[in-house]
Design a protein around this ligand. Structure first.
Ligand code: MLT
Length: 404
């Protein structure tokens, strides 16, 4: 009789955002007359920029002619896209990253879940708490768990680094030494970030203890302050300790198009073993390349027109972020984030857990957010609102919250 991977039984029945979607859909079915505003999952609402649509159309036409038709994409990505990424996201910013260190994929969610395959199952992970649930769930699936403590809702083999208002949402170096450290900056869900000096501290720490930083930069386009690094490779020594994961979802609205990439520097080694070579081997075996059409759309992101159009799109969402933060503050809530990230992280009202506030907000204001405890134990007492809604819906949601 076959046996299943029992690690799956250690996970909650469904993924955080699937649980929320189910709850909201059930509520809507029971109250069809109510108009619900969804500021829960960080999914974009603005249409793709014209330059991207144009690139998609052109690539689709190419696929319709024998001379320009493309079959399987190169498994690590087309050179035209890898070159554009290396130049625009790294070299123009003074970071030492070459095209053959860039691996194009179908998005940062899959990469951030899959990257742990490069490491021994006995490696210990450290995560910020609260945390994007994919990091922990994918490691639980791989068996990096130990035992579960029901009181603290933590795994004994996972090192949780609390990021709360009291420490300015800045993780402290853990007492136990991790092998893999997940950092998402600007941060999902708290919407806060680290300065260049703070990130440099983490790079130095990782090099010292022999850990790898898995750096998720999905929200990099939302950075507005000067002293915030746009890539971990701005820090000295990052090439020997850091892998960077990037997405086209939030900067270019590709949540439904799917495109991302991962940088694995050639200097990142365990003894003689190159992680770049390992990821190439893994990618080549398990992935057949992102679609040509989509990679051409990704290339358009780096054109002058693309940059200008996407700057406007990011500004549109950041206008929402400011409105949410200001509106919540006026309504008497304490709110964080929203300056370098499209998320606002608010305190729930005194005496209300984050799931209680979720139910209350859904029922009384018909507004959906994300309960902080869904991101980890230190998220309890907090609630996340996304700035990715339309401006009109964002203002309407705030009006309803103010009238509570
Ligand atoms: C979120 O809402 O945290 C993200 O949009 C989910 C994701 O990017 O997968």
């Amino acid at each position: 009789m076959f046996k299943v991977n029992e690690n799956f039984q250690k996970l909650p029945g469904s993924y955080l955002f699937s649980t929320i979607a189910k709850k909201v859909n059930e509520y809507q079915a029971a109250h069809p007359e109510k108009s619900i505003i969804r500021l829960g999952i960080g999914d974009v609402t603005q249409p793709l920029a014209p330059v991207i649509i144009e690139a998609l159309h052109k690539a689709v036409d190419e696929m319709g002619h024998a001379e320009t038709f493309r079959g399987y994409a190169p498994d690590l990505g087309y050179d035209f896209l890898r070159n554009a990424i290396a130049k625009n996201d790294y070299q123009d910013r003074g970071c030492d990253v070459s095209p053959d260190e860039i691996f194009v994929s179908d998005g940062a969610k899959s990469d951030s879940a899959n990257i742990q395959e490069l490491f021994d199952t006995r490696c210990r992970i450290a995560v910020c708490d609260p945390v994007y649930p994919v990091y922990v769930d994918s490691n639980v699936m791989a068996g990096r768990t130990g035992t579960y403590d029901y009181d603290s809702e933590t795994w004994s083999d996972v090192i949780y680094m609390p990021c709360i208002a009291e420490n300015g949402f800045v993780p402290e170096y853990p007492k136990e030494t991790p092998d893999m450290i997940y950092l998402c900056l600007p941060n999902n869900p708290t919407g806060t970030t680290l300065t260049k000096a703070q990130l440099q501290g983490w790079v130095d720490y990782a090099n010292k203890v022999g850990a790898v930083i898995l750096y998720d930069g999905a929200y990099e386009a939302y950075i507005s302050e000067d002293d915030v690094p746009h890539s971990i490779y701005e820090c000295e020594g990052a090439r020997t300790c850091a892998i960077e994961l990037k997405s086209f979802s939030k900067n270019a609205g590709f949540t439904g198009v799917r495109l991302g990439y991962t940088v694995v520097p050639k200097d990142l080694k365990c003894g003689d073993v190159s992680l770049n070579a390992m990821w190439a081997r893994r990618h080549g075996t398990k992935f057949n390349g992102a679609p040509y059409i989509v990679q051409r759309a990704g290339e358009a992101v780096y054109s002058d027109e693309g940059k200008a159009q996407l700057k406007e799109q990011v500004a549109y969402y950041m206008r929402n972020a400011s409105a949410i933060k200001q509106g919540l503050t006026e309504a008497g809530f304490t709110a964080f984030g929203g300056v370098n990230a499209p998320y606002i992280w608010m305190k729930t009202p005194e005496g209300m857990t984050s799931w209680e506030f979720f139910d209350y907000l859904l029922d009384t204001a018909n507004v959906v957010g994300t309960p902080g405890s869904g991101f980890g134990p230190s998220g309890e007492g907090y609630f996340r609102l996304t700035a990715f809604g339309t401006y009109e819906n964002t203002l309407a949601a705030l009006e309803r919250i103010k009238n509570l």
